[in-house]
Design a protein around this ligand. Structure first.
Ligand code: SAM
Length: 276
């Protein structure tokens, strides 16, 4: 059986008793960095010899080796350096392999940096988009950045300190300047810090202050400019609503309700536009 075991994101007190029980009893523990997990195990008084390295760069070959051990009947735990495996961490691939090869697995839940930050942020937790790390650079990064203003829920990002300033200015370029954000670092640790400010304010703040530590950034959706109800807007709405299958009468009602314009006017505009 494979156990995906959540481990602390900083505060060792956050390890669950079930996690300790599983880590103590399994035959092998697959981890990203044997030094990091070695320290955790030492703190818990668990032997380190069962560690197997499993990370982003060896996951293609090591994943199958782990599945083979599971098929032989060994119990294996998988942990990441911090928090929940498979959340911006290898683990996701191991889950897929287990499903493909019909190998049993379960989760021993623990802290997640994204969720911890979201709760601390004061920004809506009702609906959120987990973005995690943006690609480091290049067109892939630009592509993801261009997508962000389309979300109308809270956005949760992970970022390394040396790229935080860049991230803030990129978010500003994409129209997030007035959006409120929470910059969360050292979560669950002694010097936990949550700074709540707009992206515009963050740009000024981080010009003066060197970003330190790993960050979770929670972000309000981009403020979208209110549409201008000009002829061009009305005509494009008529075409769009028609494509959705509405009758001219329905289009006139929807547009009149949305803009406050006279329903008869909207009706005759739709009739003449759609016959041309
Ligand atoms: N699996 C982890 C989880 O459950 O959240 C995330 C692992 S991801 C490789 C590491 C990133 O998580 C860091 O770069 C940072 O953005 C965030 N992170 C992890 N621990 C954190 C902490 N104590 N404070 C702030 N951010 C943290």
């Amino acid at each position: 059986m494979l156990y995906l075991v959540g481990t602390p994101i900083g505060n060792m007190g956050d390890i669950s008793s079930r996690a300790v029980e599983i880590l103590s009893s399994v035959d092998y523990i697959a981890c990203e960095d044997t030094r990091v997990t070695g320290i955790l195990l030492k703190n818990l008084g668990i032997e380190e010899h069962k560690l197997i390295s499993y990370h982003e760069h060896n996951k293609a070959s090591k994943g199958q080796e782990l599945v083979d051990l599971l098929k032989q009947g060994f119990n294996v735990a998988q942990v990441s350096d911090a928090g929940m495996p498979a959340i911006s961490d290898p683990g996701e691939d191991l889950v897929k392999l287990c499903i493909e090869q019909d190998v049993e697995f379960t989760v021993v839940p623990g802290p997640v940096a994204a969720i911890t930050a979201l709760v601390l942020s004061g920004i809506s937790t009702r609906r959120y988009h987990y973005e995690g790390f943006l690609p480091n650079s290049g067109s892939e990064r630009r592509k993801r950045l261009k997508e962000l203003p389309k979300y109308d829920e809270t956005i949760v990002l992970y970022e390394a300190p040396h790229r935080l300033r860049k991230l803030v200015s990129e978010l500003k370029e994409e129209g997030f300047g007035p959006s409120r954000a929470a910059f969360c670092r050292e979560l669950t640790k002694k010097y936990e810090e949550v700074l709540r400010m707009t992206i515009d304010e963050a740009e000024a703040y981080y010009e003066q202050t060197e970003p330190r530590g790993e960050y979770v950034v929670c972000l309000e959706p981009a403020v979208k400019a209110a549409p201008v109800f000009d002829d061009e807007y009305i005509d494009s709405e008529i075409r769009r609503l028609r494509e959705e299958g509405m009758s001219v009468k329905e289009i006139a009602k929807v547009l009149s309700d949305a803009t406050g314009f006279n329903k008869k006017e909207m009706y005759s505009r739709a009739v003449s536009l759609l016959k041309s």
